[in-house]
Structure formats: C-alpha cells, structure tokens
Design a protein around this ligand. Sequence first.
Ligand SMILES: CC(C)(COP(=O)(O)OP(=O)(O)OC[C@H]1O[C@@H](n2cnc3c(N)ncnc32)[C@H](O)[C@@H]1OP(=O)(O)O)[C@@H](O)C(=O)NCCC(=O)NCCS
Length: 206
Amino acid sequence: MTVAEGLHFDCRLGEDIAPVLPEIAALRRLLFRQWPILWTDDGGAEHDDLSAAFGSPRAIAVLVWRGARLVGAAAGLPMADEVTDLRRPLAAGGIDPRAAFFLDQAVLLPECRGQGVGRRLFAEREDHARGLGYRWAVLAAIERSPADPRQPPGWVPLDGLWRRLGYRPTAILAHLAWKEAGEGVATAKPLRLWRKELVAASPGPA
Ligand SMILES: CC(C)(COP(=O)(O)OP(=O)(O)OC[C@H]1O[C@@H](n2cnc3c(N)ncnc32)[C@H](O)[C@@H]1OP(=O)(O)O)[C@@H](O)C(=O)NCCC(=O)NCCS
C-alpha cells in the first residue's frame, strides 16, 4: 500500500509489534526531542514505556517505511491498558476509560509531512478501535504557551490538525512528567485530552 510516493504502510497488532519496538522507540526519541515535546533522553525509559504499553493484545502500531527505514509511527491501545495513567483524569472528567481507545503521539519525519500520511495514521487506528467496539478515540496534546521563546518561527499549532481529523478538546487536563531540555529533573507537563466519537452508541469493547 502506498500513499505518498515511495512510502509503505504496515499495520501491526498485539504481539507482532514487539519486533519493531526498538525502531519505533528510536524514531520517537529523535522527534520527541523537538518542539513541542522537547524530551531529553534519560537512558532508555522511552523503550521501557513502549514495551509495557504494547503488551496489550489489542494494541496497534501503524508504521510508515521508506524502504528499510522507519519514517513514521503511531500507536494506540485501549485506555484501560494504558500505562502512563491518563485513565484517572479521563474518568474524573466524566469519560468512561473502558469506552476509550488511546491514540499515542503520532510521529513522522518532517520531509514526509503534508502529504496525507498523518490522516492515514489516524484513520487506521480509529478503524481498529471502532472494530473493537470503542466509543471514543482519545489523544493527549501537550499545552504550550504561544509566548514560549523556544517555539520555532513559523510553527503552526497542531490544534487545527486535530480538529480537521474530527477531534474536539475536552475540559480535561492530564499531567505527565518528563525531563525536558534544560531541566535537571522530570517535571509534570499539562496535556489536554481531545476526543472523537467513533460510533454513535456502543455496548463497549468486545
Ligand atoms: C502530527 C503529524 C504526524 C501529522 O502528519 P502529516 O502527514 O503532516 O498530516 P497530514 O498531511 O495527513 O494532514 C492531515 C490534515 O490536517 C491538516 N493539517 C496538517 N497540519 C495542520 C496544522 N498544523 N493545522 C491545521 N491543519 C493541519 C492537513 O491539511 C490535512 O487536512 P486534509 O487531509 O483535510 O487536507 C506530523 O505533523 C508530525 O509528525 N508532527 C511532529 C510530531 C508531533 O508533534 N506529534 C504530536 C505531538 S503533541
């Protein structure tokens, strides 16, 4: 399957994700160092988190390859199996985590953006979640001040992209800790939860 020229999509489920975890972790480390996440490597934690998350048999990873090189990746798993604990704020905000499928950060090399790949990364995961009977797709977007001097010139916030793909912001803010460039220790960062309704009414996951 190709979308943009020369790119190949590969959807993996459950235990088939494990063999590619090192490549996914390497791509995430590379792109998470950039704005807006500004994550700093602290010795493999990213890989450990991923391994735990994708122990879920209902997890999905959508991979984008150019030849043998991984250029994009986006994962998802039931919110009930999510390991960084977004469940509590979600439930406190009135959304049943058992009805929600979590879409983790999508990453794509800059030279591959703007060609519809991101839209496909979302559609594949939403189809998977819909097929399992989940009502909501939920993503967590870091909230950065527009006045932050680290914001690169010309950077366009991704809120417009989430909206374009059908997501709407909830009033729910979650906090996750990571160490950002320039920080000595990990500090909590605010992430807004956004959601999209996948099915009008659902009896819940199968
Ligand atoms: C998020 C990401 C994967 C999107 O990938 P992409 O391939 O550029 O997205 P697409 O080209 O499929 O765009 C999807 C749609 O959103 C629109 N769009 C893209 N960026 C947008 C923006 N910043 N604001 C508004 N709309 C935007 C596109 O026009 C397109 O609309 P259409 O399909 O109706 O024409 C990519 O930007 C990325 O890897 N960013 C860096 C990592 C990151 O910041 N992840 C999120 C951390 S919170």
